[in-house]
Ligand binder design. Sequence first.
Ligand SMILES: Nc1nc2c(c(=O)[nH]1)N[C@H]1C(S)=C(S)[C@@H](COP(=O)(O)OP(=O)(O)OC[C@H]3O[C@@H](n4cnc5c(=O)[nH]c(N)nc54)[C@H](O)[C@@H]3O)O[C@H]1N2
Ligand SMILES: Nc1nc2c(c(=O)[nH]1)N[C@H]1C(S)=C(S)[C@@H](COP(=O)(O)OP(=O)(O)OC[C@H]3O[C@@H](n4cnc5c(=O)[nH]c(N)nc54)[C@H](O)[C@@H]3O)O[C@H]1N2
Ligand code: SF4
Ligand SMILES: [Mo]
Length: 684
Amino acid sequence: MVNFQCPYCGVGCGLYLDERGRIKGDFEHPANLGDLCKKPIYFPKVLDKGRIEKPLYRETKGEPFREISWEEAYQILAEKLQSVPSDRVYFYVSGQLLTEDIYVINKFVKGFLKTNNIDANSRLCMATAVTAYKMAFGSDGVPCTYEDIDDADIFFFFGSNAAVSHPVLFKRVLKRRRQTQQVVIVTVDPLETETAKKSDLFIQIRPGTDTAFLNSVLYVLHREGWIDYSFVSKYTEGFEEALKQAQNFPPEVASEICDVKEEDIYVVAKLFAQGKKVISFWCQGFNQSVNGTMKNLALINLHLATGRLNGRGCPFSLTGQPNAMGGREVGYLSNGLPGYRDVRNEKDRRAIEEFWGLEGIKENPGPTITEAVDLILEGKIDLLWVVCTNPAVSLPDLEKVWKALDKVFLVVQDAYFNDTCEFANLILPAAQLGEKEGVMTGSDRTITFCKSFARPFGQSKPDWLIFTELAQRMGGGEYFPYRSPREIFEEFKRTTKGRLCDISRLSYEDLPARWGKRWLYEDLKFPTPSGKARFHPAVLNVPKEEGEFILLTGRLKDQWHTMTRTGKSPELLKGELPPYVIMNPYDAQELGIEEGQEVVLSSKGSKITRVVRFGNVKRGCIFAPFGYPKELGEPTNLLTSDRVDPFSKEPDLKYSGVRVTLYARLSPSSDLPSEPRPSEKVRS
Ligand SMILES: Nc1nc2c(c(=O)[nH]1)N[C@H]1C(S)=C(S)[C@@H](COP(=O)(O)OP(=O)(O)OC[C@H]3O[C@@H](n4cnc5c(=O)[nH]c(N)nc54)[C@H](O)[C@@H]3O)O[C@H]1N2
Ligand SMILES: Nc1nc2c(c(=O)[nH]1)N[C@H]1C(S)=C(S)[C@@H](COP(=O)(O)OP(=O)(O)OC[C@H]3O[C@@H](n4cnc5c(=O)[nH]c(N)nc54)[C@H](O)[C@@H]3O)O[C@H]1N2
Ligand code: SF4
Ligand SMILES: [Mo]
């Protein structure tokens, strides 16, 4: 029996491979108690399909790739990195790497190369939740744990399709509802998702307007005398300012802005006031928005106003990727350092410099990934190294991204051939989960050790080893002496001693284990200057967009993101092809569009073609899954803009104006997209 954490979502289920090579849920793992969903079951079958086998290189983009040895690859990299100033190189990493991988990469970049030019795909994902948690509580990390589900009675899902995105967690909530009559599940989403269908109340909100809705709930709480003033005065600050902002949104105003019933606002307030224990889950419908941090804060305000923490509730941000939490512990964003430290803090910098024996960590955070794309186009970054993420599909405004990927000297370190490889100069084969060992941290802070069950495919190597061997060839052997992931873990854990995420006493043998207490702020003392949690006035900002429809984007049920792994499994492709969009039948009728027909979505000169499925999406909105790679159709992100939330710099991937036209009505000469139609490409 080989135990490991699921390589997919942030629920972080403990799995094992049984004697017959089948994947099963681990009954002893606290995250899933034996449960699992469909995606990982097919993992062993796709382990070897479409893999990168050897390092591949070409000096210029027009040439064909040639196979090279690892030694040559390291030589090329060492030469490049030593000839280009460190502020002209950039690293883009991922919440799907192991903690040991990221620790080494982060040390290599921030400590050894002495640049903070590094970001992770978490920028597209959790950056907003991290920002809001820090603003409200002074620190990041989910305040409660999965066990809190088992005795809660009110569950909110805000901009989260957990039935699809976090299935095992959602099943735990449904199980709780089967046990007790009092349980109420409420979903707030412009689309009637699977989560919405299984809820007791579905509030079909106009996208982008959640801040108005939540402010209005605070308004009602105040009007009805439902504020927990004793909690507010003892443990929080800033209530008056937040309330003042909320006063702009009486239900009759907010219901107009959000296009919801006034009564729904009242019901949500009442549940907050009168429920026994209230858990609010949220995810990308909140985070990926220009107004994202404000949406997060408006929700946290409700928890503070009603004292909904610890035994009485929790604002619970759902983590997307399996080790985004580990990334936070290691500090892999452009401002982070190990042990929840920050480059902007002199004490933090000194502590890590001393620990690493490497001086000169830069004080200013590096640019974010969308800023780096601009810097490449401006000729200010020469080398981009992408590890474990597929920006050629997943970043917004792809026309621009593709230009940048084409321009820069690009290193792609991945397990599978993906769309980003097409732009690469150097491709490095990475071993994936199952072929390497190390730890990951799930949504509720539980760390799991992942054992390996297969040899690295072809000449692939674990990500930590690639950076270790390169550092050794660049004269850094003293700082990168690692021969095993355990040595890295042992080093990393010492950086956490005395910190919020203290794991200094844990060894691989103790895992799975959670860091922090069950409730992160058990004593209601918060790591803010005053020790109190902070309300923030939540200011509404809905962007103006052109086009008749607002494009919402999101996930496929049985596929993982850009489909490099799950797309190799026929079982997991069933039902997801051909690439589709969800339209409201009434909107479709007005445009003379029928279910099953192909439509072209266009915006600012970019176009994608999709097959129409009907569903209950808010009128005037259209929903498109974002992960389809080029091979299956034009990627959705050709249509999204790189407009970002001003606080978290997370792109707004869920609000783009588009035009929708029936394919058959386009004139062949000018209007048709250059790519073949989905129906021609996909023989499903
Ligand atoms: N429009 C729109 N765009 C979005 C989103 C959206 O909702 N709408 N969501 C955003 C979010 S939240 C996210 S998290 C991103 C996800 O976007 P990506 O990170 O680009 O998506 P993945 O397909 O998960 O890419 C992971 C890559 O890592 C590779 N890989 C797997 N294991 C390993 C390993 O161990 N080592 C290495 N080196 N490589 C490995 C895989 O083959 C794959 O190429 O997309 C974002 N983009
Ligand atoms: N099957 C599967 N599961 C996954 C993943 C996957 O690729 N496939 N990826 C994982 C990752 S990295 C992540 S980040 C999570 C993401 O998990 P989720 O956030 O649950 O997934 P999404 O489908 O991106 O978006 C959720 C919902 O937000 C809604 N939404 C859009 N705009 C708004 C708005 O303005 N307000 C509100 N209230 N809602 C809005 C959308 O209609 C959508 O139903 O999933 C994780 N789990
Ligand atoms: S719920 Fe998430 S972590 Fe659990 S088995 Fe499914 S994809 Fe994996
Ligand atoms: Mo994500």
